[in-house]
Design a protein around this ligand. Structure first.
Ligand code: HEC
Ligand code: HEC
Ligand code: HEC
Ligand code: HEC
Ligand code: HEC
Ligand code: HEC
Length: 439
């Protein structure tokens, strides 16, 4: 075959390889984006919706898988999610229909989520794949344990691809060189063992190889850095949750879970009664248990064994109290360091947060209480950065707003920037000031 024809054939191969590679790059970037959307959606779902919804099964509210399709042509799903009560008042028939179908269970309103966040949540719900017991299932969105994780996997795949393409290009180059030498009547270059060829090549590309070395070193350091971040963290997505054994097998799902699921549906604050009024939510004394357990001495799972321990602590012999009480030594699950000031009253009474936003599905998925959130500083300030403060109908904030708007008199012109986006986050009220949390 003439040299030119051979070269053009080779370059044809080369064009094909590069085209395929570009296509791959393109599609992998696209699916990396999908995976990121899925991961964001999952996080937001757990944060705002997971206390009432499951993606694939009815819970307090309906399964969210397919919700977008169900709303198609029926109404504005964004308006519904943001404030279902207000949206129902517009007279939308579908909103009324779901409300009637789920009579007795109400969705929180208003919910502070943006349209993009709702998109991510619905994307997650529609593409939800239950965590597989053994490794990820083919065809489901890439592992979503964390965003970070999946981007590293993609980088690795890309690096491998570059290697393969590099090796085949080297082959092409050698072929070309040999055909040129052949045409010039020279001996073709002898075939060396792969490893030797690699060494020669690496020596000729010292700069490139140094970069690769540097890249690998940085990668290892970053991994160690990541691992160091979760030392001493006992909640969140990346580590197993702290879940100490308790002296009595007290079950939150049974006591506080929804009544229509066969549970008792006791309000959290019946037992954690100081959550609205003080820093601490508080742990109930045996007397609170005895309000009911004087009459209930048998449980469905543990029979009389566990409830007998309450009797021992309360000094109850089945007929009367002996007056000899011994406190139950519950093991504390959540432990913020002493240098951090956290107040339940601020978050529950003023911030109007649901307990589940910070304690997770304690009343539906935890038989034994566990630390669901990481309780790191990053966790606190991430929420403060995003969370909109509920201003409406709060006298204190009416005053703040009045001052912000009264720039003539008080000279708060610079503060008006906070109002530009039409909402005020906790951060804008000072939720990022060190002294608010460390004092
Ligand atoms: C406090 C519990 C609760 C929370 C939190 C909650 N929901 Fe709901 N949701 C419900 C209930 C109950 C219904 C049934 C309808 C009703 O309340 O009128 C519902 C209905 C819905 C529907 C209509 C479903 C359908 O089949 O058309 C959508 C969509 C929805 N929720 C989305 C969300 C999203 C997104 C979030 C989080 C940003 C969320 N919900 C948070 C309880 C909740
Ligand atoms: C019938 C009483 C009762 C009800 C109702 C109840 N709890 Fe508890 N809770 C307890 C007791 C007792 C403990 C301590 C034992 C344990 O950790 O399981 C506890 C522990 C906890 C803890 C861990 C505290 C720690 O040590 O850091 C959290 C968080 C919590 N409850 C949240 C809730 C939430 C949220 C609800 C409502 C969904 C709720 N509880 C409803 C009795 C109750
Ligand atoms: C903004 C997040 C947040 C919300 C909302 C929240 N908690 Fe907590 N909770 C925490 C943190 C953080 C701790 C750890 C406090 C510490 O160690 O000082 C905690 C600790 C607790 C404890 C352990 C005892 C104590 O008082 O420290 C209980 C019980 C508890 N929470 C129950 C509740 C209940 C019930 C609600 C809802 C009425 C609720 N929490 C709402 C973040 C929250
Ligand atoms: C408002 C009433 C009420 C309160 C308050 C209450 N319980 Fe119960 N508890 C019940 C009832 C009812 C059952 C039995 C439910 C069943 O098995 O059907 C029960 C069951 C139990 C069981 C047995 C669970 C099983 O599955 O075997 C334990 C243990 C228990 N409670 C511990 C406690 C402790 C500890 C407290 C106080 C922190 C407490 N309860 C407060 C009503 C209550
Ligand atoms: C899920 C969201 C969320 C998380 C997580 C959260 N906060 Fe908050 N926090 C709020 C909201 C909302 C307010 C505003 C309450 C208000 O003033 O309306 C607030 C207010 C505060 C304030 C008062 C700020 C001020 O300007 O007066 C302090 C202090 C605070 N939080 C500390 C913490 C600490 C410490 C943590 C972590 C251990 C934490 N918060 C985690 C939502 C959160
Ligand atoms: C919203 C509450 C909040 C604010 C605002 C805040 N911190 Fe923290 N900070 C925390 C919490 C919670 C921890 C404990 C983290 C842990 O134990 O992992 C912490 C821990 C720390 C630590 C100890 C190191 C560590 O990771 O345990 C330092 C230092 C610190 N904060 C400095 C600051 C400084 C400086 C600022 C102001 C720029 C600030 N913090 C603002 C909540 C806050």
């Amino acid at each position: 075959m003439p040299l030119l024809a051979r070269i053009s054939e080779r370059s044809h191969d080369f064009v094909q390889v590069s085209l395929a590679f570009c296509l791959f790059l393109f599609s992998s970037v696209a699916s990396a984006q999908d995976a990121a959307q899925y991961a964001t959606g999952e996080k937001l779902f757990k944060m705002h919706c997971g206390s009432c919804h499951k993606p694939d099964a009815d819970m307090t509210g309906p399964a969210l898988k397919g919700a977008r399709a169900r709303w198609e042509g029926q109404g504005d799903i964004y308006a519904w999610v943001k404030n279902n009560a207000a949206y129902r008042k517009t007279g939308n028939a579908y909103a009324q229909k779901i409300y009637d179908a789920w009579k007795g269970a109400l969705m929180t309103a208003p919910l502070s989520v943006s349209n993009e966040e709702i998109d991510a949540i619905l994307y997650y719900a529609d593409n939800y794949a239950p965590p597989a017991p053994t490794g990820p299932v083919a065809g489901t969105p890439v592992e979503t344990a964390s965003n970070n994780e999946s981007s590293w996997i993609w980088l690795l795949v890309l690096a491998l691809l570059f290697l393969v393409v590099g090796l085949s290009l080297a082959g092409v180059k050698r072929g070309l060189e040999n055909s040129v030498r052949e045409a010039e009547g020279l001996e073709p270059i002898a075939d060396m063992p792969r490893i030797q060829r690699f060494r020669k090549w690496a020596w000729e590309h010292k700069v490139f190889m140094s970069f690769v070395g540097l890249f690998l070193t940085v990668w290892v350091i970053l991994r160690l850095w990541d691992a160091a971040w979760v030392i001493g963290v006992y909640g969140g997505d990346e580590v197993p949750h702290y879940k100490p054994e308790q002296p009595i097998l007290f079950n939150h799902t049974l006591h506080a879970g929804k009544a229509d699921k066969g549970n008792l549906g006791i309000n959290c604050q019946y037992c954690h009664s100081s959550a609205e009024k003080s820093k601490h939510a508080g742990i109930p004394s045996a007397n609170v248990c005895m309000n009911c357990h004087k009459a209930v001495d048998t449980g469905r799972k543990t029979g009389k064994a566990e409830i007998a321990k309450i009797y021992a602590a309360a000094g109850w012999d089945g007929k009367e109290f002996s007056g000899k009480e011994t406190p139950i030594r519950w093991v504390k699950v959540h432990n913020l360091p002493d240098h951090v000031a956290f107040s339940h009253a601020t978050h529950v009474a003023i911030g109007k947060l649901e307990c589940q936003e910070c304690h997770g599905p304690i009343d539906s998925e935890m038989d034994v209480a566990e630390q669901w959130a990481p309780l790191t500083m990053g966790w606190c300030i991430t929420c403060h950065n995003q969370r909109e403060v509920k201003m409406a109908g709060n006298g204190y904030y009416d005053e703040v707003m009045a001052r912000l708007n009264d720039d003539e008199k008080l000279g708060h012109r610079e503060l008006q920037q906070y109002l530009e986006d039409g909402k005020i986050t906790v951060r804008e009220l000072g939720g990022w000031e060190c002294a608010k949390c460390h004092h």
